[in-house]
Design a protein around this ligand. Structure first.
Ligand code: HEM
Ligand code: SF4
Ligand code: SF4
Length: 530
């Protein structure tokens, strides 16, 4: 049931994302950069909020007139800031809901990745608390509605001795202190929100917290245009003697407020509680069957730290050496953070399939799918290829080639394949060409996998694909599991090209030295022509 919902949503996202990618390029696609846009909108809200505070009178008597003043007399700067403050806050809700649905659709919330999801829950509460208290401060008729309904909602909970709704029965009973408390909450809650947003990404390596400049610039320009076209306005001064009628609601922040009259306060609380419980428990409903985390083999680890650099989930730390080898550090895996993507296996200089040993070993390996097994499977699958144009596919199981049965070696992430494996396949003439296939560039089941693979092939990142590997025989195809047609078309074209290429002249088989790193303790003597 949950799986069906996930794939329907995923298809929906793909339908929006892929054409967007094609039209504007991945860097201008807002759907794939929702987290960073969330941070960007937060900063707009924070800066515009600080600006508004210069003009805002925090006393209950003059709050309304100060807002009116800044909206009408200082419209060209403070008025625009007010609109920016409101519309960027609304966009934060849009971003939050879409980001939540997208992370769910792409199954980024279970197993070791539960943490980012779980910390999203307080973000939802805090964002709503910030927005709702913001509407309070304008002290117009919408504020009156928000104040009355919020107080009645809070009074339903057995927390406060005195009912707070009594504050709003008439002007006489309303204390200025209560209003000041709201001002304080409206400033304090976003600060806590920012802290939780930081906690939210703490387990992610190189999180994208800034959108590309072009996307940020266009978003800001659009916000300014809307602010000038439809400025945010107040809805008339509070009149506690009258029940406000005909008020315009902000449906982004206040969708539950009308429900208090239809369902009642208890039912609204029950809805909030059930929703929060569902979000909180989702990473375990059903739990992800977790593959065993990566393991370090000190005999083959020289402490080069490449695995720690490449791990997308901050699961590897470099710690002081414990085995007496002449290296200052060694890699250490945090089993609770590791998602078993294998990216570290692809980055370790010891991961060279050329090594001729009884049992191929490397510095860091996946117990469920070891490098040795990867080499064995590669050789076996290559043995079944039929010419002309024998193409071997090294594919991420989550991407376009995940459902393919023949000619493919499936990996948890395309970046698990060390570049030397491609050298090995072509040097040993196991295939005429190699395709490395993975998730679409802007989606990536495992973060950074596509980027690291591209960087290694372009010699921008160690371990890189050696210059001697004929580039015309290597191809990458980044496409999602819903783009199998495109994958098959590109694969067929590449296979046809391989069939026409003249055979490569024989070249010496040697073990590629681990570029940029010292030799591993056990590798030097093991490395010999295969
Ligand atoms: C203001 C609200 C939020 C902001 C600004 C925000 C921001 C971010 C950012 C910047 C990332 C890292 C993206 C990357 O570089 O790959 C991220 C990841 C994530 N977020 Fe949020 N987020 C917000 C709300 C939420 C909510 C409400 C949920 C769900 C309940 C959520 C779930 C996740 C998950 C599961 C990931 C991790 C994805 C992975 O492991 O690849 N976020 N978020
Ligand atoms: S398999 Fe390696 S790269 Fe992937 S999460 Fe675990 S330690 Fe990090
Ligand atoms: S040798 Fe391998 S396991 Fe050791 S630190 Fe370098 S990449 Fe990590």
């Amino acid at each position: 049931m949950v799986g069906v919902l996930r794939s329907i949503l995923r298809r929906g996202f793909e339908l929006i994302e892929r054409p967007f990618d094609k039209l504007f390029g991945p860097s201008l696609n807002p759907v794939t950069q929702l987290g960073s846009l969330g941070f960007f909108f937060f900063w707009i809200v924070a800066v515009s909020g600080i600006y508004l505070f210069i003009f805002f009178d925090t006393g209950i008597e003059r709050a309304y007139s100060s807002v009116e003043n800044l909206t009408h007399y200082h419209w060209f700067h403070a008025g625009v800031m007010r609109s920016l403050h409101r519309y960027a806050s609304d966009l934060m809700v849009v971003m939050l809901v879409t980001h939540l649905l997208r992370e769910f659709a792409y199954d980024h919330y279970r197993g070791a990745r539960w943490f980012s999801w779980f910390t999203g829950l307080p973000i939802i509460w805090l964002l709503y608390a910030s927005g709702i208290t913001g509407y309070w401060l304008v002290w117009d008729r919408l504020a009156q509605y928000v104040a009355v309904v919020s107080s009645e909602l809070l009074d339903w909970l057995p927390i406060f001795g005195e009912p707070i709704a009594r504050n709003f029965v008439s002007t006489g009973t309303l204390t200025s202190r209560f209003f000041t408390l709201m001002v304080f909450i409206h400033v304090a809650v976003p600060l806590i929100l920012l802290f939780i947003m930081w906690v939210h990404i703490i387990r992610i390596s190189r999180p994208k917290v800034n959108p590309p400049r072009m996307l940020a610039g266009l978003s800001l320009a659009a916000l300014i245009a809307v602010s000038l076209w439809k400025p945010a306005l107040s809805q008339g001064h509070v009149d506690l003697a009258k029940v406000p009628a005909e008020i315009g609601l902000d449906w982004f922040y206040l969708p539950l407020y009308p429900l208090t009259t239809i369902w009642g306060n208890g039912a609204v609380w029950a809805f909030i509680g059930a929703f929060s419980l569902m979000i909180g428990l989702m990473p375990w409903l059903p739990p992800l069957r977790r593959a065993k985390p990566a393991e370090v083999d000190l005999e083959h680890c020289n402490g080069c730290a490449r695995c720690a650099e490449d791990c997308p989930y901050e699961a590897i730390r470099m710690v002081r050496r414990t085995d007496g080898m002449p290296f200052p550090t060694q890699a250490q895996v945090s089993t609770s953070l590791c998602v078993s993507c294998g990216i570290c296996v692809g980055s370790c200089p010891s991961s060279t399939p050329f090594r001729r040993t009884e049992e191929l070993k490397t510095g860091i390996d996946l117990p469920d799918f070891r490098l040795k097994e990867l080499r064995e499977r590669t050789v076996a699958v290559a043995g079944e290829l039929k010419g002309p144009g024998r193409v071997l596919v090294l594919a991420c199981e989550h991407g376009c080639a995940g459902s393919r049965e023949s000619g493919v070696v499936k990996l948890p992430c395309a970046a698990m394949a060390p570049p030397s494996l491609i050298d090995y396949i072509l040097s040993k003439k196991l295939a005429d060409g190699v395709v490395v296939a993975g998730c679409a560039e802007s989606y990536g089941y495992n973060r950074l996998g596509v980027q690291w693979t591209e960087d290694r092939f372009a010699a921008r990142r160690d371990p890189y694909l050696r210059a001697r590997v004929p580039r015309e025989r290597v191809k990458t195809i980044w496409a999602s599991s819903l783009e199998t047609n495109r994958f098959e078309t590109e694969l067929a074209a590449f296979t046809a090209k391989m069939a026409l290429l003249p055979a490569e002249p024989a070249r010496p088989l040697e073990s590629p030295p681990p570029s940029g790193a010292q030799p591993t303790p056990a590798s030097a003597e093991e490395a010999s022509p295969a």
